[in-house]
Design a binder for this molecule. Structure first.
Ligand code: ADP
Length: 394
């Protein structure tokens, strides 16, 4: 029986890894290789026994870093499957797949939709294939959970040919997290997920909210790319598209400059002029920093507004679920967001909200709240491991 799964999440200069024993549903080892292809690469490891190690070496790439990681994994059973996070599956992939040449071709075909992410994911796959010749490799797509979006939710009001011929449509992201968290929430609510309608707000550096009906994504805030929707750490979220025309035609900005502006210099960082990190902003706000206060105001208002908007896709509003670094840890952001949902009958219990233990699942709503409000820590790696096992065991 297959029990050991290696999960890989490759970025352009990083490789996150996690080794699971799926018989116990437990993490054995995890870590990250950073600054790959640079002068001084570094791999950090930690084990379930709280042992940690660090390797610093110049010029590691994804393949050689993975070799080092495999050496460190020697005390554990060899993985029987490797699960890869792949950001964009376009319209090709509605679920996890075992990787073969055709799958690689299709992931390559999606590069134009995710030019920053898919090439890095492919490098990670290549490194794993070379290091684990006889081990099946599985791709888990961030977009797959949103394959259930109805046409009215995924189409932009653009000429229809742009969708048919150029694949311009909304895809949605963070799917693995939204799926995991909605399943966990249903377990905690103790109702079959088929009977629940909820909104999941994944608030990390990237932020998105998804309406989940009977366990399926029916609408989500991110679009063709992860730039659409909520205010994020450095991304603007939704803006009037005419701003792009204004900046390029009247302010002579190049496309690259506009890209940088929207993806790297906007969001919490752009508004506050201080930081993309919510912890820093909360502290600065308490110390009277105006920019931090404004950034937090816009963040929470936009979030509440999108949650309300997502409700039109649901038949009832049974639960609102917070997850991600901000959603799991910031009682202040949860409170400030829910305050703006009181018109919908959503009320949270201040004491439950503030006293929720770190990394724990908890209900923070009052008993008379129309929708229950939950905090559920996400675990995308575990979900990838679970789906990988299920696929190769099927
Ligand atoms: P990523 O999307 O990179 O996985 P995370 O899910 O780790 O990011 O979320 C990072 C965000 O969570 C940062 O803005 C960070 O400041 C915020 N965060 C983490 N802990 C807290 C906290 N205690 N209070 C407020 N924000 C927090």
């Amino acid at each position: 029986m297959t029990t050991t799964v290696l999960v890989l999440n490759a970025g352009s200069s990083s490789l996150k890894f996690a080794l699971f024993d799926m018989q116990q549903h437990s993490l054995m080892m995890e870590g990250i290789a950073e600054r790959l292809n640079a002068d001084e690469s570094c791999i950090k490891f930690s084990t379930s026994e709280n042992e940690s190690a660090e390797i610093t070496e110049s010029g590691l790439n994804h393949k050689t870093a993975l070799e080092k990681i495999i050496q460190q994994m020697k005390p554990y059973p060899k993985p029987q499957v490797v699960g890869h996070r792949v950001v964009h599956g376009g319209e090709y992939f509605r679920e996890a797949v075992i990787i073969n040449d055709q799958v690689i071709e299709k992931i390559e075909a999606c590069i134009e939709l995710a030019p920053l992410h898919n090439p890095a994911n492919l490098i990670g796959i290549q490194a794993a294939v070379e290091n684990f010749v006889d081990v099946p490799q599985v791709a888990i797509f961030d977009t797959a959970f949103h394959a259930s979006l109805p046409e009215k939710a995924y189409l932009y009001a653009l000429p229809y040919d742009l969708y048919k011929e150029q694949s311009v449509r909304r895809y949605g992201f963070h799917g693995t997290s939204h799926q995991y968290v909605s399943q966990k929430a249903a377990q905690s609510i103790e109702e079959p997920i088929e009977q629940l309608n909820m909104v999941v707000a994944h608030l990390g550096n990237g932020c998105s909210a998804t309406a989940v009906a009977a366990g399926k994504s029916v609408d989500t805030t991110m679009g063709m790319t992860p730039l659409e929707g909520l205010v994020m750490g450095t991304r603007s979220g939704s803006i009037d598209p005419a701003i792009l025309l204004y900046l390029t035609s009247h302010k002579n900005m190049t496309i690259e400059e506009v890209d940088q502006l929207l993806n790297k210099k906007s969001g919490l960082l752009g508004l506050s002029g201080l930081s993309n990190d919510m912890r820093t902003l909360e502290q600065a706000r308490l110390e009277g920093h105006q920019g931090a206060a404004i950034a937090i105001d816009v963040f929470c208002y936009r979030l509440a507004k999108h949650i309300a908007a997502l409700l039109v896709s649901l038949k009832s509003f049974d639960a609102l679920v917070f997850t991600g670094g901000i959603g799991e840890n910031s009682s202040f952001i949860r409170e400030k967001t829910c305050e703006q949902l009181e018109v919908l009958g959503v009320f949270i219990d201040a004491s439950k909200n503030q006293n929720l233990a770190k990394k724990s699942i908890g209900k923070i709503s009052c008993s008379d709240s129309t929708a229950q409000v939950w905090v559920v820590p996400t675990n995308e790696e575990l979900m990838i491991a679970k789906q990988s096992i299920e696929l190769i065991s099927a």
